[in-house]
Design a protein around this ligand. Sequence first.
Ligand code: FAD
Length: 336
Amino acid sequence: MRIAIVGAGAAGAAAAYGCRDAEVVVFEAADRVGGRVASRERDGAAHDHGAGYLKRKDPRVERLLDDVLDEDGRVEITDPVWTFDAAGTIASGDGSRAPKLSFESGIDALVERLLDRSGATVETGTPVGSVAATDDGPAVRDGSGDDLGTFDAVVLTPPAPLTAELLPDDGPLGDLAEACRGVSYRPLVAVMLGYEFDFDPPWFALVNADRGHDCTWVARESAKPGHGAGDTVLAAQFSPEWTRERDDDPDDEVTAAAAEAVAALVGDDRLADPSWGERRTWEHALPNGAADADAVEAAEEAGVYCAGDWVAGEGRVHRALRSGLDAADRVQGGST
Ligand SMILES: Cc1cc2nc3c(=O)[nH]c(=O)nc-3n(C[C@H](O)[C@H](O)[C@H](O)COP(=O)(O)OP(=O)(O)OC[C@H]3O[C@@H](n4cnc5c(N)ncnc54)[C@H](O)[C@@H]3O)c2cc1C
């Protein structure tokens, strides 16, 4: 069986692993794998500027981690997540006790290891331009219209609006295209802030519980073993409105505004003056819901399967992984 997977994020990697007994090729638009599971390196230390951790919540994903990923380099985050409200009042505890996982070399090691152990051929720097239903199976073309092959099955994992762009508006895949266009995403700017002093509060992260604050999340990246160059690195994320208002602002202005917001929230003036800052805007950060399940299922008749957080209906790494495993089952008509 020849299978193409579009996208090498968490869902694509899990789908590739689930299909490891078949002949699988993964087409990834970027020059790196991981998608929103993303890490960068600075002064020899990693920081995760997309997903900060993976929650150990899904039993099947637990088994995947136990089967595939040895203990080497795993990071378990044990410090608690506290909450804050629209007024910036901080309270201890968010009620979530699920263990949180990253990797010393960065969270993208998760996707790299899955793909490595899947045995799939991974073509990075290869954006898929279209997928069409043919009598011989789904046909895949690149962004220039060049043929990438006709397969027994294709698994589509880019965020829903990007998946929609690959599909024809009519024919057997038209309803899937429509369903993908129906899934909106929240954009989000993530700012990494580095400091040359120790900052050691009792929490790992603060999360805005009522969605009323500009800042949605602040985490101590340097609390994860192997992470964070220098003494303290904070990862801050901001609301869609805050993100959009600063779309055209230069990076240094956005990181300065982020640092001031974090200092005010935490009540520590020193945090307004970082020694370095990095900004990353995620256009399709988190889906607002799931695509219509009937349209997703109907496309499978044409050999076109979907996986990703927008199929699961929640922007979480463990949901994307599970969605990829489930798609692999359906492609192969059984359990992997
Ligand atoms: C800043 C941020 C923080 C987050 N924090 C957390 C967290 O702490 N915990 C958590 O569980 N979740 C978190 N999430 C959500 C989590 O990262 C996502 O839900 C999950 O990674 C989605 O995985 P995916 O495989 O569905 O999609 P993606 O990771 O988006 O993967 C899709 C892949 O498809 C590729 N692609 C797109 N178009 C094409 C094309 N035409 N051809 C080929 N390839 C293409 C993309 O480059 C990408 O690699 C966070 C997300 C963001 C943005």
